[in-house]
Design a protein around this ligand. Structure first.
Ligand SMILES: [Zn+2]
Ligand SMILES: [Zn+2]
Length: 161
């Protein structure tokens, strides 16, 4: 199901990528009061499992993520850092009371993966609602954007790769 991702990543960043073995979610990442998982803790955990030769790493997870100042996040990344994470929790149609749709889910996932990896390469948010670096606060915003960088972001990215 996820095998399209390495190709997509290679297309956008010109680095090859591979899918690694699953790792667990640390218990300390769970916040009982919020019934959500701290994406910062999860990033820390991902870093512990990062192979030495990896330039970047992105974790995919199915639980709901948060950072303290926001009610939820679709994902998080270390700006200019190594690690990122994306959750499919709120990318699923079921979350919005709709019938499951894998095609839509994977499309959204692709965009969020490129977005978060973009941050690890130092890319910041873009005002262009169709650019992959546009900040998405809702599923609608994810659906509006594309899985690629706008012209100006593409130029900036090239200088960072
Ligand atoms: Zn972002
Ligand atoms: Zn842009």
């Amino acid at each position: 199901m996820l095998c399209f991702l390495p190709k997509k990543i290679e297309m956008r960043f010109d680095y090859s990528s591979e899918i690694l073995e699953k790792i667990g979610i640390p218990e300390r990442a769970f916040d009982l009061k919020r019934n959500q998982y701290s994406s910062t803790q999860i990033l820390r955990n991902i870093l512990e499992f990062t192979p030495e030769n990896a330039l970047k790493i992105i974790g995919l997870i199915s639980v709901d993520l948060y950072i303290p100042v926001l009610t939820f996040v679709f994902g998080q990344a270390q700006l200019n850092g190594k690690a990122a994470v994306v959750s499919i929790h709120r990318l699923r149609q079921e979350y919005y009371g709709l019938p499951p749709n894998n095609r839509i889910l994977l499309k959204r996932l692709g965009k969020e993966v490129i977005h978060e990896l973009g941050h690890t390469f130092g890319m910041v948010h873009c005002w262009d609602t169709r650019c992959v670096m546009h900040f998405s606060n809702s599923i609608r915003e994810i659906d509006v954007k594309e899985d690629k960088f706008c012209e100006s972001c593409s130029k900036i990215l090239l200088s960072k790769l």
